[in-house]
Design a protein around this ligand. Structure first.
Ligand SMILES: [Zn+2]
Ligand SMILES: [Zn+2]
Length: 257
């Protein structure tokens, strides 16, 4: 069994064949999925998916790219859903994105901090989106004492040293497609470095498609290629990676199945 801890199956790129994509994930051994809602529209459609499929859970939060649009009403709405809906297992994805830079940094910081505080209030883990913002992410997590809830560094792109800093703050390191890319050195070093009990796998589909499908649309079933690659790097069996990463995610999300 495999747990895809970060998917966007409600993305419009799946509008034509969503059911088939989800069926193929099952055929490829994916037994659990955490789908992500990151604004009004995708939080609503992600919750709908959790009602249609018993093995799909969701995280909800406000994406840093849209930080400047988040209102107090939005935050209150997220709080209400996260406390009432049983299949909301985390707050996220939240964080900082300096690559697209579509919201001013100070606004991104403010929205990130507010959502960490909300997660602590609700006692839910957080899912972190960090794009070219490593040091500010670490500083804010530390200042806000995010360790209290912990969570996931999604599609982790930092160094092995940064991974250790995150693990020491009660975070799991999640790897996706880039670990399979021939020219990507850092995610491979991170895969070798991170202890098994702190490792998770994800697709971030429809983005970041692993080899051998790089360049095409990604889907949850392809998480197996991520697991295979990590198994090779760590020199242990695919089954072991699948089992441990699934157990890690279930523990973090408090899923009992
Ligand atoms: Zn992300
Ligand atoms: Zn995402």
């Amino acid at each position: 069994m495999l747990f895809d801890t970060h998917a966007h199956l409600n993305d419009e790129k799946f509008n034509e064949d969503r059911q088939d994509v989800i069926a193929r994930a099952r055929e490829n051994g994916v037994s659990l999925i955490c789908n992500i809602g990151y604004n009004r529209e995708t939080i609503t459609t992600s919750l709908e998916l959790t009602r249609q499929y018993d093995f799909i859970y969701t995280a909800i939060g406000w994406h840093p790219q849209d930080a400047k649009t988040m209102t107090d009403d939005d935050l209150a709405w997220i709080e209400k859903l996260a406390s009432e809906e049983k299949k909301v297992v985390a707050i996220g994805e939240i964080g900082l994105d300096y690559y697209w830079d579509t919201s001013p940094k100070d606004v991104q910081h403010d929205v990130f901090r507010k959502q960490i505080r909300l997660a602590k209030k609700l006692k839910l883990p957080i899912i972190i989106h960090d794009r070219e913002a490593h040091q500010d992410i670490i500083n804010i997590l530390r200042e806000e004492e995010a360790e209290e809830v912990g969570g996931i560094m999604h599609c982790f792109s930092g160094s092995p040293e940064m991974a250790t800093e995150c693990i020491n703050m009660n975070f799991y390191i999640s790897l996706g497609g880039p670990v399979t890319f021939k020219n990507a050195k850092k995610p491979k070093e991170v895969a070798e470095h991170v202890p098994l009990d702190r490792l998770l796998i994800e697709t971030d589909c429809p983005y970041l498609t692993p080899e051998p499908y790089r360049g095409k649309r990604n889907e949850s079933g392809y998480v197996r290629y991520v697991a295979e690659k990590i198994a090779g790097l760590k020199n242990i069996s695919f089954e072991k990676i699948a089992e441990i990463t699934t157990e890690n995610a279930k523990k973090l999300f408090q899923i009992q199945v």
